[in-house]
Structures are given as structure tokens and as C-alpha cells.
Ligand binder design. Sequence first.
Ligand SMILES: [Zn+2]
Ligand SMILES: [Zn+2]
Length: 767
Amino acid sequence: MSFFHFPSRTFLFHLLAALALAPGAYSESLVFLAKDGTAQFHLILDSDPSGLDTTVAEDLVGTIEKISGAKVSTEDDKEGKIQVYLGEKAEFTNLPIDIPDLEEESYFLKVTPNAIYLIGGSPLGTSHAAYTLLRQVGCRWVMPGEIGECLPKSKDLSLKVQERFESPDFSFRDIWYAYGCSAEASKRRADWLRRNRMHRPPVQHGHNLTNTLAVFAPFEERPDLYSLENGVRTKNQICTSNPEAVALVVKAISEYLKKYPDTQAYSLCPDDNTDFCECENCTALDSGHMDRGGRPSVSDRYQVFLNQVLEGLSKEHPDVLVTHYAYNENHTDPPVNTPVHPNTGIFLTTSVFCSAHGIGDEFCDSRMDFKQLLSEWTAKTKHVYIYEYDPVPYSGGLPWPMWDAHGREMKVYKELGVQGFSFEGQDSWASYFPNYYIGAQMMWNAEQDYHPVFEDMLDSFFHEASAPMKEYYRILASKIGSVEKKVEWGLLDYPKYFPREVVERCRQALEQAEAKASDPIIKKRVEMVRMSFDEMDAFTAMKTAGPETKWDEYQQMVKRLEDSIQRMDITNEDFLLADIAREKTLAGISDRFAMEQGFINKWRICGPFDNVGKEGHNRVYGPEEGVDLTASYTGKEGETASWKVCEGPEWQGYVDLKAQYDQDNFVVAYAVNWITLDQGPKEVEFRVGSNDSVKVFLNGKEVWTNPISRPASADDDIVPVTLPKGTSQVLLKIGQTGRDWGFYFRITEPNSTTPVSGAEISIDPPK
Ligand SMILES: [Zn+2]
Ligand SMILES: [Zn+2]
């Protein structure tokens, strides 16, 4: 999109030769912004300062004052001061210097003995110039808020005479929060992004397909334009082969672009499901290619649709892009037979790939496959962006080192022509600041060696305690940074990547840092890491508790975990997304003391049955027509499926179907139990966690259905039901759509995790 007359990354760094040779050259080649706490400069804005120019100017002046105590000179007091020009090239006339042509985000920074020029191609470029200057004098914004601000303290502040022309390596550089945040946190994030020279252009992505059609054809009025599934129109996706649907989508986008003319790319990313239309005209456009995601590809039909939309927009909006996700089980791969319109933008998501490494990590087969996928897409369109999970949404705020991955991958992305990055992050900086800080620096300059950037971050942030903190982060990343097996979503394997010996060594390094930290702000930062460490420590201790651990000891571990989360929650809003941390980490408590917590881990199971295309979820197999423990059925691929007892270790809450059937493919299995209440009827909750889809039948009646694909956590779904007095049959149907397969199930009192009282559970039906 942008074109530079200079190479896109050019450092022209000249010390003035004459000065360098003169006696006393060193002092003369420095230009002072402050001397002995007094400002040596006077600020001149361009003829039409934008809002951003003003914000940046205030931040520049305020930051210099914080560093040196110097208040900037005013109009009346400019005698003998150097002039600092801040603004856009087009809005300064008669500047006595030559400025190269500047694109939107490029800047020109020139320091002479009499003046400093902070000149941008747009207010964004100007902003980058100002923050480059502040970086040069030692300012770092490691995380949002005061705690992340690392400023030098000095009454003298100087710059070298220099000339520098630079622009970022990628046009789209954003880290945002899944799960949102408060208005104040949003403001702090915006400051952090600006100071770290990040920028998100008006290039949209996000599940937006049905929303777009609904502008002129809501589902309720025109169900025929939406996707056909099992003979019924649903609003999960749209019928992309219907010319009327295409025309209405074009109309909706045109209207939008009239209202928001700055939009560079409009999102037509499909909705967040794989339920594309099954009508004849839509399926006729499919190539028959099996997608990497594991299901027959719909990429060809979708590209036909995008091409038609782009054609429809081309007259009035020849430059606008329309974006699409390479994502999910049936539209990760590019189309096979369909040409890709040059205005197609692709956000390539990492969701089905290793969640710990990057494409610079050649030992990781999964990310090497992602790199292959990327080159398949960049061969089709030049507008390719990366949608990265940093870290995966199931991480619960626990440490998840990705800085090495970012450090190594960005130059590979640049070589492959990637346009930018949308990092789905979390407002949980206590654990993730190294990921985000390094990510941001590498998005700006992909080719720099990230090791010194990482060291510099820790030196700035931890100062007198930086040596042991470097050790801390080195140890923390040591195991997960080198596992060759694909790191999956979810916390099931977390203790493998952060084994107790790693945790213990981290603790030792952290204790040394605590002993060394003396400055109050350094103490605060080390304490923040301590809280993040405590969460990891408590979580991994709990997950690896052995058979010798007593129930009350175990409850203490759970309490420690809860406390660590609570402390972060009340100390600083940006430390941890506490609700999500509780949900994800405390769900894991079921892996031990299953009985005490009411988890039912002994079942009779029957399977596997076919689930290709996830159709098994709604297909009725024998066990659903009445449980007969002596019956056998035709299962997947004609094999016999009959009932057998499934029993894991007594302490374990998780029922591991993968261990029982060893199936990676699309299958379903049933599990049955009988519950006897001596008194009733009684209101209770069925709490089920499943990997993947789940149906629950109570006495033959379906009481819950969830066609999801996910890692299992205890209590994923909470279903209030009424249990009658006497014996009831509980039948589960659990789908497998790849990787792990299993479930958690318990029955509790209403709105409580207390196991239901007065219930007998048996794998045998009443006699
Ligand atoms: Zn259709
Ligand atoms: Zn990996």
C-alpha cells in the first residue's frame, strides 16, 4: 500500500563531520533540551496543529519536565533557545532544511545545533518522530499506566546532532483486548500504543457477514437469503450464491462507505461458525479440497462471493478492500480453482496452529505449516495480515512467554510481504508485558536483533533488580520455548510447559530480585511479577498434586490461587483480567479430588459413532432410542459399538474418551449413569465440561445441546434441571472434532459448586 522513495527502513545518522573533527567536538555535537533543570528549547507547532499534534506536543513537554524538571520556554522567553519544530511537512513553509517526501507514517528527525525538526508525513508520522526522540533520551513505556513508564532522571538532557528518516515495517500494528476493558484502561492502552509507535489503520476485520446482509434484509424478513442447514434456513451464515444476497451486501457496503469514506477495508469475515449454506448452488462452487482445518473447504465458494462483491463495489470504490478470515475448520486454506480478486484482504488466524511459537521457530512443525499456509495466501493477494492470539484466550492470565517467538518471526513475516498484525491480547499485563512490548518493537522494526531490545526493556523496567529478572524470564521461557510438540489451546498441559523445577528456579530468581529492588517503583514492578508468579505457582502445584496430598492441603492450594488472583485484581486493573483468570484456572481444580467435588468419573460408555461434518451431534444413534446395556450397534466404519465400563483414577474428574477410543477423527460416543434421589423432586444443576460437542438427556429427554468445539473445563455449561424422586437416567453424547476428547460432569446444588446431597450414583440401572 505504501511506497517509499527511500528503502522503507533507512537510518541516515550523520554526526556533523566538521564538528566531529573540531577540538571539543563531543560536547559541541550534543544539543541540549535541558541544562541544570532549565529548558533550552522553545516549541513551534505547524500552521494547523491536529488533535494528535497537540497531544504529542503536550506529552513531549510534560515528559521532558518529568525527566529534568525543566519547564518549556514560552513565547516571551525564547531568546537564545533552540527551536523545536513539530508538525507535518505540508504545514510548515520556509523551513531552512531539505525534507524528503514523507508517506503517512514516515518521519524526518533532524537535530542541528540551533534547531530540532520533528516532521511527519501526517500527524502519525509527527507523533513517531517525537517518540523516537524520547526513546533516544532513554524513555520507555513498557506497559500502560504510571507503573510502565520508565523515564531517566537528569537535570541535563541532550541529543546528538543527527538526521534520521524512518517508517514502520508494517502498516497495521495493533494489540487489543479480547473481553474488553474499562474506559480508563482503554485510554491507558491508547497512550501506550501511541508512545510505542503503534497504529491501526481503518482496515476492518471481525465476524461481520450476516450483520452486513441484515442491514437491508434481516433474517426474519428474508430467511431465504441465509444459509440452508439440514433443510432449514438459519442465520449462521448467508447463502453466498444467491445474486440478490450479493446485491444487498454490495448495497450495504456502499452505504457504509458513504458514511465512513476513510474506510480502507470493509470486513466480510464470515460469522464465527462453520455452518455454511448447503444449497445446491452454493455447494456446486466447492472444490472438494479438504481444508487443513479438517473439513471440506468452502474457500472457493466464498471467494466467488467476495469477487462478485468487489466487482459490485469497483465502480464507485475501486480502491477499497474487503477482508476475510483464513480461519476455522473449513476456510483456512485459500481457494483452489477460483482466482482471488486483488482487493481481497486476508486476516490469517493462528487458531488451529501451535499457540506458543512463531514462524521463525523452525523446530515447530505446526508453525512451519502456518508459514506454508501464509505463502499460499501471499501468492494470491498482497493484502495479508496476521491475526495472532497473544496468548490463547484460555490462558487465564498465567505466564505464557511469546516474546522469543515475536522476536524471531517478524523478519520472516516481512520477507513474506505481510502487511501487519492484529494481536488478540488481554488486559493482563502482569504476565504479558514482555510479549506485548517486544511485539510492538518488532512490528515497528522487524529486522532488529530483539535480544538487546529485550535486555533494554528489563534494564529500564527493573533497573537495580534487572539481572535476576533476566534470569527469571530466561528460566520461565526455557521449557515452553523449546517443546517440539504442538502447544494446544487450554491449560491441560500447562504443568508440562512450566514443570515444578522451572517454577522453583523462577522463585529463586524472583527472591533475588526482591532483595535487590530498593526504589519504590522498582519494588512495585517486582511485586507485580511476584503476583503473576504466585498464580502460576499455585496453579501448577494444584495441578500436579500427588496422591499423598490431603483434601485440606489441596483446598489450601486452591485458596492460594484465588488469593493471587484477588491481589492482582485489587492492585491494578491492568495486571490481570481477574474474572477470566478465575474462570479458566479454577475450572481446573477438578483434576484432583473428583469425589470430594462431586465429579462423576465412572460411566458406561458406548461408541464410537460417525461424526463426519459434525453431523453426528444431531444424528440419532441406537443408545438415544433407549439404553440397552446388552445391545450392540454399528459404529464408525461398520465396527461394532457396545457398552463398556469406563473408569479413570479415583481422584480424576476428567473422563478421558480419547484414552478409551484413541480417536482423532470426527466421532461421537455415549456415556450413561443412573441417579437415585431418596427425596424429590429437587432442583439441581448439571455441570458439564466437554471436548468437544455435548448433548445431555435426562430420562430420555434432551435437556442440553451445545455443538461446540473446545477444550474441556469443568462447569463449561451449567444446566438447571429438576430431578424426580427415585432413579433417573443421565445419558451424555460427547462429540470429537479433533485433538483431545473427553468431559467433566457433576451434579450440584443450585448456584453452587457443592455436590448435590442425598443422591446415589450407579452405572447399573435399577433392578
Ligand atoms: Zn446457498
Ligand atoms: Zn510450537
